[in-house]
Design a protein around this ligand. Structure first.
Ligand code: MG
Ligand code: MG
Length: 628
């Protein structure tokens, strides 16, 4: 198959779009007419630019409101088509995409539409051009691919073919089996788009919420399987209308598009055994079994305060790096690396972002395999010099320029603590009962959220949960979890369009996207809270009203509620499964820790999030940050 992307997917001027498409290693481009109209040059200039970047224009689109017109409009649409053919010839493009008519003037009837297409095919063929017909899901008479195919079949012209657009097909839930019997050579173009499941009219859904395959909820696999069954080996092009893409970075979105196609076609190959020789074979998704360490970039001045916070949380200094100003803090299965070195990545990260999480290390089955997969997916591998004999941990660039490391047992990377660190002798230390990392919550720009969803979901063997809407006192926050099937890795992506939410204010404080909080697991939250209090850790106060409501909302005894109230613990329940949450006050830089106890509970306490956000907002307006 030959892959392409439509200019309409991206932000920027026409030349910026074309450059971004070439940079993302596409070979084909679908020119959306409006992009050409706004270009300050002739179609021949556009052609020179496109071909100069090694691209080919595979389609010119859309040609609207064509079929079924009564006279005198009918003559006019044919005249209009001839003008577009002129442009296409100058542009060096041989395929015009015609979408089904939405005009109230248009007349129905498959035979009438077929006759119009036959004539259009005749005119196109005279110039060595072709036309392809797409059923818009909101087309006036034709909105089902089975009808557009019937039009193309009856038009019976070699220059007339079909467009299958996955959004239009899947949004209406149209049965896919008829695709399998369409002769593949009559499918001139396949347009790919996914979308989140939304209950809205097709036009608005399509124009604002389309996304790349894998970013949404539509059954793209079933569509591709049906297409694969035809033996299709033609043009497959991403056609995404998305408000976030239009506001995002053209280069980053184009790369996401390429990444989504690499994954989609590799998965098709795995499911069906299709050869697809022109498309990269991906190493398997990384199987992740938890977080090996979280690394904080600190400077000399803030290191002591940060380490004091860690001590308060029950962490113990367990190791000192052999050659760098880096320490390992440990509790249960949790490792926190405090990097105050004056050289290297963490240092530059700290200069820009202040005290913050500069890296996460994932425990995976095969670290080199993870890097190989990442590289094939066009992620950015990262390397920096390591001292002689020290562990070289493979990494890729992650959110906000931070790093994502991969540690495995297979290649001995899990021995990094023995190899790179001198143990620090400590007193017998019981800690605060914290056992492991429960989840890592990352805040990002709204336009980036689908990028990072795809980044994680394409690299790791994880599933995504439906997007949740959380109410912050300053606006609405979108929140989406990505988790392994056993819950050993849970990442929460948060983004908001409002500048006044805690999530957005965190981005401003951090000068970028990053980890806003880390939740740590305890098996006894009351004991942990007690330890924290004894250690002088400030916890986020929760309003009395919350507990009054809890008493009536959830069937808890007065004594149980009193215990929660005393400890500032938030509580949620799903059937018999319980969840307990407590938060530290916000530290410098807007970061905070959460402590959770799960009793078979699977979610993240969404019902409690507005309470927590309101308390944090109130505190932020009252006082300077504590801790650090
Ligand atoms: Mg389309
Ligand atoms: Mg949380």
């Amino acid at each position: 198959m030959r892959t392409a992307i439509a200019t309409v997917c991206l932000s920027g001027t026409f030349p910026e779009k074309i450059e971004a498409i070439a940079a993302a290693q596409f070979k084909g481009v679908e020119i959306f007419e409006n992009d050409l109209l706004s270009f300050n040059g002739t179609p021949a200039d556009a052609r020179r630019m496109i071909e100069g970047l090694g691209l080919e224009t595979i389609t010119f689109q859309p040609f609207r409101d064509f079929e079924g017109m009564p006279e005198p409009q009918r003559s006019k649409v044919f005249a209009r088509a001839e003008r577009k053919f002129d442009v296409m010839q100058e542009l060096g493009c041989d395929l015009l995409m015609v979408c089904s008519n939405v005009s109230p003037d248009s007349l129905g009837g498959i035979e009438r539409a077929a006759a119009d297409f036959h004539e259009l095919g005749e005119r196109a063929a005279k110039r060595g051009l072709r036309v392809a017909f797409e059923a818009l899901s909101w087309g006036r008479h034709i909105h089902d691919y089975r009808d557009s195919w019937e039009v193309v079949r009856r038009a019976s012209h070699p220059a007339v073919g079909l467009v299958l657009d996955s959004f239009h097909v899947l949004a209406r839930g149209t049965d896919l089996s008829a695709i399998r019997s369409i002769p593949s050579e009559k499918i001139f173009l396949v347009q790919m788009a996914d979308a989140p499941r939304l209950d809205m009219d097709y036009l608005s859904w399509s124009r604002h919420y389309r996304c790349f395959p894998g970013q949404g909820d539509l059954p793209i696999d079933a569509f591709m399987d049906a297409l694969g069954a035809t033996g299709f080996d033609g043009l497959i092009s991403l056609e995404i209308f998305n408000d976030r893409f239009r506001a995002g970075s053209a280069r980053s979105v184009a790369t996401d598009g390429q990444r989504s196609l690499i994954v989609m076609l590799d998965e098709l190959r795995q499911r069906t055994g299709a050869a697809l020789p022109d498309h990269p074979v991906l190493p398997p998704k990384a199987i992740c079994s938890g977080i090996e360490f979280v690394e904080f970039a600190v400077d000399e001045r803030s290191a002591a305060g940060f380490e004091q916070t860690l001590s308060g949380l029950g962490f113990q200094k367990a190791g000192r790096h052999r050659s760098k100003a880096v320490t390992r803090w440990r509790q249960g299965d949790i490792n926190i690396v405090v990097n105050a070195d004056k050289e290297g990545f963490a240092h530059s990260f700290n200069i820009t972002h202040g005290t913050s999480v500069c890296a996460l290390a994932l425990r995976v089955d095969d670290a080199q395999g993870a890097i190989n997969r990442a590289t094939t997916l066009l992620d950015q591998p990262f390397q920096q010099p390591v001292g002689p004999g020290e562990t070289n941990i493979p990494a890729v660039r992650g959110l906000g320029g931070s790093l994502l490391y991969f540690v495995d047992r297979k290649s001995g990377l899990d021995r990094l603590w023995e190899v790179d660190f001198d143990p620090v002798a400590t007193d017998d230390f019981s800690g605060a009962g914290l056992r492991s990392v429960d989840h890592v919550s990352q805040s990002m720009h709204y336009e980036e959220m689908l990028t990072w969803l795809l980044f994680y979901a394409s690299l790791l063997d994880v599933r995504k949960t439906p997007v949740q809407t959380v109410i912050d006192p300053g606006g609405v926050v979108q929140s989406q979890a990505i988790e392994t099937h056993d819950g050993s890795l849970r990442l929460i992506l948060n983004a908001s369009q409002s500048q006044r939410t805690l999530s957005s204010r965190f981005l401003n404080e951090l000068f970028g996207s990053g980890v806003q909080h880390i939740a740590l697991v305890t098996d006894d939250i009351f004991r942990t809270v007690q330890s924290l209090k004894e250690n002088g850790v400030d916890l986020l106060p929760i309003p009395e009203n919350y507990y009054d409501d809890l008493e009536v909302r959830i069937d808890l005894s007065v004594d149980d509620v009193e215990r929660l109230r005393q400890a500032n613990i938030l509580y949620d329940r799903e059937e018999e499964n319980e969840y307990f949450q407590v938060y530290t006050k916000t530290l410098v830089g807007g970061f905070f820790f959460e402590i959770v106890e799960r009793r078979n509970y699977k979610g993240y306490g969404a019902a409690n999030a507005p309470i927590r956000l309101a308390s944090q907002t109130r505190l932020a307006s009252e006082a300077v940050p504590s801790g650090l």
